[in-house]
Design a protein. Structure first.
Length: 166
């Protein structure tokens, strides 16, 4: 057998084998079950709701959140599902984080300006690299003054202007 006839015969065999393998794979792909995108979205939403629950609350007796009845916003079902999820998740922040109500008068408890053992907090004597802070520098003094100033009167005036009473 000469080289030319050998290469043509080899190409023919390879072509037939590749065609057979491709047909087998295509049959598997065509018969494969299609992904239900609606189920995937619902599963993801369910996981998101589970993740939003308080991770420190290990009591499983809590009532599930009320689920609003879905509305028909648009004809496209996938877009409508997304719009319904968005509409359901747009609740006031007070409901999402009921304990997050930081006010300026609470700053003392967070290590801000305040008194500990009846002594006022003073500016630190050293910086983060443990170098002494130069209070003779006017820029440093102004910054420390701004950071340690009591802003409670200002915040009360702002609240009064907004009409918020506490």
């Amino acid at each position: 057998m000469d080289t030319k006839s050998f290469t043509t015969l080899l190409r023919k065999i390879i072509r037939e084998e590749v065609r057979s393998a491709v047909r087998t794979e295509m049959k598997l792909l065509l018969n494969e079950q299609k992904t239900n995108h609606k189920q995937v979205i619902q599963h993801g939403s369910q996981l998101h709701r589970m993740a939003e629950q308080n991770p420190y609350d290990i009591s499983f007796s809590a009532k599930p959140a009320k689920v609003a009845k879905p509305k028909q916003f648009v004809k496209d079902s996938m877009l409508n599902d997304i719009l319904n999820e968005t509409a359901m998740s747009s609740q006031p922040v007070e409901q999402d984080w009921p304990t997050m109500d930081f006010r300026s008068e609470m700053a003392q408890t967070f290590g801000g300006v305040g008194y500990v053992d009846n002594t006022p907090h003073v500016a630190p004597a050293v910086d983060f690299d443990h170098r002494p802070v130069n209070m003779g520098n006017p820029a440093v003094a102004a910054t420390v003054d701004a950071m340690t100033r009591d802003y409670s009167a200002l915040m009360k005036a702002i609240d009064k202007k907004k009409g918020i009473s506490k």
